[in-house]
Design a protein around this ligand. Structure first.
Ligand code: ADP
Ligand code: GN1
Ligand code: MG
Length: 364
């Protein structure tokens, strides 16, 4: 769809004249554009057309993000030498004073300051970057631990709830809306074989052994920006910051930071978890959170990547069987290709689970 980005931009109280806007990044959910301003020395911006099929309550979504970004901004301002404009997202208000607008067609838009000179990676090629990613997420969780006020809205209810995800999966396989279920019998079997053991984190939560904290819930590595020296800079994509278990963030970061191949790698022989990347991410993460996590939380960090990789594989597979209504796809069988790569990664993690547990046990 073509959008008049200049008109959209003019609804926001931004500083700078619109020069041009282009599609930006590789997110799977929103339509994201980078807006360059004409004046040298003025900020550029990120303009996003929000996916309101997925985020059904935009005022609640934006209310969460307003609270989270303003809390982070206040905390950062108290740290000498920090640069809040680069170390956390800054929403630009509309000329009416809201943090989003609706256009004539009913689309919702929001705008952030573009964080300049950042580095973003879909694949992590060395342990130092993984360490920085771990630090960024650990610090993010720690800074939000004292967010005042009511609990954040659940922007997507049951987002990482494995029982709900399995229910939806079984229902979709049964109803087979796109006629694709027969094609994926092997993958369905792989998923079902592991369904019971995946419920452990949820069970520990229900038993009160693992507390609900404020978590990010979408810590794929390209949602962690590094600076020009590859040091931790800013955690972005705050749409799913809400109550959750720390395992979701740890697991999703390992799923992406420690996979030596792309999320949707077609050649499955290339997909593998690198244990060194796992180890250094964990080191970075625990350097910020060791004092706050309880013993059970720490012990189960080793299992978390298996759970989250399984959940994301399950979601890609469900979306494929459903006929591709959720994730943006770039070719016909993209969701299947993603699901297969993620299931292969689950297998690689299973093979290395003993080593993962050993590494975590020596660090905690
Ligand atoms: P999605 O939910 O679709 O993944 P994101 O909010 O993650 O959307 O944005 C998509 C991409 O846009 C990110 O992966 C990142 O590359 C880029 N991006 C988002 N916000 C900013 C920002 N404030 N500064 C620089 N780049 C950004
Ligand atoms: C989506 O928004 P993005 O592209 O960072 C998805 C995540 C998945 C990820 C898989 C709101 O993340 O849950 O893990 O794709 N976000 C949402 O790449 O569903
Ligand atoms: Mg993203």
């Amino acid at each position: 769809m073509d959008h008049n980005l200049r008109d959209v931009y003019d609804n926001f109280a931004a500083d700078g004249t619109f020069l041009k806007g282009e599609s930006y990044g590789s997110g799977h959910i929103h339509d994201t554009f980078r807006v360059e301003t004409a004046e040298k020395g003025k900020d550029d911006y990120i303009l996003q057309r929000l996916n309101n099929k997925i985020f059904k309550n935009i005022p609640e979504l934006q209310n969460n993000i307003e609270r989270v970004t303003s809390h982070l901004n206040h905390k950062l301002r108290l740290i000498p030498g920090s640069d809040p404009k680069r170390e956390c997202l800054t929403l630009i208000p509309s000329k009416e004073g809201k943090s989003w607008i609706t256009d004539k067609t009913g689309s919702f838009w929001r705008m952030y300051i573009f964080i300049s000179n950042h580095r973003s990676y879909n694949i992590v090629d060395n342990p130092a970057k993984a360490f920085e990613g771990g630090k960024a997420i650990g610090r993010f969780q720690a800074m939000l631990a004292d967010l005042p006020g009511a609990p954040l809205h659940e922007t997507i209810p049951y987002f990482h709830d494995i029982e709900k995800r399995l229910d939806t999966f079984s229902h979709t396989v049964k109803s087979n809306p796109a006629g694709r279920a027969e094609k994926v019998a092997e993958e369905v079997d792989f998923v079902l074989k592991r369904s019971e053991e995946m419920k452990i984190i949820l069970r520990m939560g229900k038993e009160g052994k693992i507390p609900v904290r404020i978590t990010h819930n979408d810590t794929k590595f390209n949602n962690i920006l590094l600076d020009e020296n590859d040091k931790a800079l800013c955690v972005i994509d705050l749409d799913t910051v809400m109550p959750g278990y720390v395992h979701y963030d740890f697991g999703d970061a390992i799923r992406t930071a420690a996979n030596v191949a792309a999320e949707d790698e077609k050649d499955l022989s290339k997909v593998k978890m690198d244990i060194k990347l796992f180890e250094t991410y964990a080191k970075g993460y625990l350097s910020e959170t060791r004092e706050t996590l309880n013993d059970t939380e720490k012990e189960y960090l080793a299992f978390a990547p298996r759970l989250i990789t399984y959940i994301i594989a399950l979601r890609f597979l469900t979306d494929y069987i459903d006929g591709d209504h959720y994730f943006k796809i770039h070719h016909e069988h993209h969701n299947l290709q993603r699901a297969r790569a993620q299931l292969k990664l689950v297998e690689s993690m299973e093979e290395q689970y003993g080593a993962m547990r050993k590494i975590i046990s020596t660090m905690i």
